[in-house]
Design a protein around this ligand. Sequence first.
Ligand SMILES: [Fe+2]
Ligand SMILES: [Fe+2]
Length: 285
Amino acid sequence: MSGTLPLLDQIFEKLDHIPNFPETAQKALRLLQKEDVDFRELETVIRHDAAITANFLKLVNSAAFGLRNKVNSLLQAFSLLGINQIRFVLIASCSGKYLNRPLKGYGLTPQEVWLHSLACGLMAEALASRAGLSKPENLFTAALLHDIGKIVLDLFVEGEMEVIRDIIEKNPDLTFMQAEWMVLGADHAIVGAELLRRWEFPKEVYFAIRAHHDETLMLQSKIAALTALANTLTNLMGFGAGADVFAYEIPEELLEKAGVREGDLYPALIETFERTEALKTALFA
Ligand SMILES: [Fe+2]
Ligand SMILES: [Fe+2]
């Protein structure tokens, strides 16, 4: 479609204005990769960022993490959580900065965007253990940030909404994403992947984000399959994010690539639903 390229350039140019993923989190994630994690060192790094620290404590004190007593310090939280849970909460504590906001173009409230992302992260956590993934850090990042491209594309969707709606009205078989692609020459998966590539996350992470709506690409890596599966199950649970729904049927090959058995899906859904409801109460009540 002619005239798409300048718009695509504008979209990619906007990526430069998104604040970098916090250095504190990157440092902390590196410390968490060590065999023996030094909690005091980890605390010193995280405490440096007051916003991340506050979010961390808010998240772990929600019933979603099942701690018996309220924790007031990072050290106390670390001693009660497993390493993978610390990783999860850390990445989640940073993603609110990007995702806890309204997306007017997509017609989404902050609650819809943020809760969808957190629910997808929690679902990924539930699937990771069932899929026998020993190092789920990349999966957590991909799942929590899978829709981050929407924060950039939103500005453009808003401006072109009438054109997109018009295309869908005239071609009812097209999905929102297909119409979005026709008008903007990009979708939120490709834009989000580019952002994470610029933030120097591992390729495994940005590939999974790139692939989360692409039925062929999502079968090319275990992390991509798990991210796409987590997103679909999140929508199935009713924590959707507007135009993100692509299919309610879960292809057999997707389960196979993800390493998840069909019988694991229902328990994962129940567990994640309850945890997401708990987060919803803690964050939005
Ligand atoms: Fe998406
Ligand atoms: Fe999504």
